[in-house]
Design a binder for this molecule. Structure first.
Ligand code: SAH
Ligand code: DHB
Ligand code: MG
Length: 219
């Protein structure tokens, strides 16, 4: 199959499964309108994130990389009214758009968006730990450190999900200058060697091209 078939089939899934409601669509469009890159998770990936939260019965969720809050809304809906999300974002303008989207989604009271470089803000979260689920989706260069922080802020049973593990195959044989792909590969190696993680790496195709998730559980 060629890429356009992946896209059309993904769009069919989203249509027949009603995966993207008006609130999620508005959040996505607000990001584009604000000039932000359209690199949020796809509707199917957002739906899968929600399902993972619910299967894990996660109540406390940590997200690294908010953008316009598209994935944040999916996570916040899934934790329910007594759950909470901490979402870390470097760009103040992204956080501002995300906060407006979270208010429109009716989940703002269960989400705290913290602005700053995640490596600076993660150490402030020890009193909010343990988190039940961590979604890592920020600057890929820091992925090894983010997984280490997820473990530090987790507990046995914590689910760790990392976006963008395939990058159209660039992770297979990264060019020397492709620091993002190299970092993803280093992270997968680290996860495979880590004594406290059981990890699967799942490739996906769809509206976001060829990419995928790593999903791990802590023990
Ligand atoms: N999870 C979002 C997409 C996140 S895109 C969704 O699916 O809807 C990646 C985000 O990470 C961008 O908004 C970018 O500004 C942010 N980011 C980049 N470097 C960061 C850092 N060092 N700390 C925190 N956030 C960072
Ligand atoms: C990029 C980042 C992402 O988190 C993503 O899902 C897709 C693309 C990027 O930086 O290009
Ligand atoms: Mg991503």
């Amino acid at each position: 199959m060629t890429d356009p078939d992946w896209v059309s089939l993904d769009q069919l899934f989203t249509e027949v499964l009603h995966s993207e409601d008006d609130v999620l669509r508005a959040a996505r469009e607000a990001g584009v309108a604000a000039g932000m890159p359209a690199i949020e998770v796809s509707p199917q990936h957002a739906a899968l994130l929600s399902l993972w939260v619910r299967v894990a019965q996660a109540r406390r969720v940590l997200e690294i990389g908010t953008l316009a809050g598209y994935s944040t809304i999916a996570l916040a809906r899934a934790v329910g009214a007594d759950g909470s999300i901490v979402s870390l974002e470097f760009e103040p303008s992204h956080a501002e758009v995300a906060r407006a989207n979270l208010i429109r989604a009716g989940v703002a009271e269960r989400v705290e968006v913290i602005v700053g470089a995640a490596l600076d803000t993660l150490p402030t979260l020890t009193d909010r730990a343990p988190f039940d689920l961590v979604f890592i989706d920020a600057d890929k260069e820091n992925n090894v450190a983010y997984v280490e922080w997820a473990i530090r802020l987790g507990k046995p049973g914590t689910v760790i999900i990392v976006d963008n593990i395939a990058r159209s195959g660039r992770v297979l044989d990264p060019r020397p200058e492709d620091l993002q792909a190299r970092a993803v590969r280093d992270m997968l190696t680290m996860m495979g060697e880590h004594p406290r993680l059981d990890t699967a790496a799942i490739q996906t195709v769809g509206t976001k091209g060829w990419d995928g998730f790593a999903v791990a559980v802590m023990h």
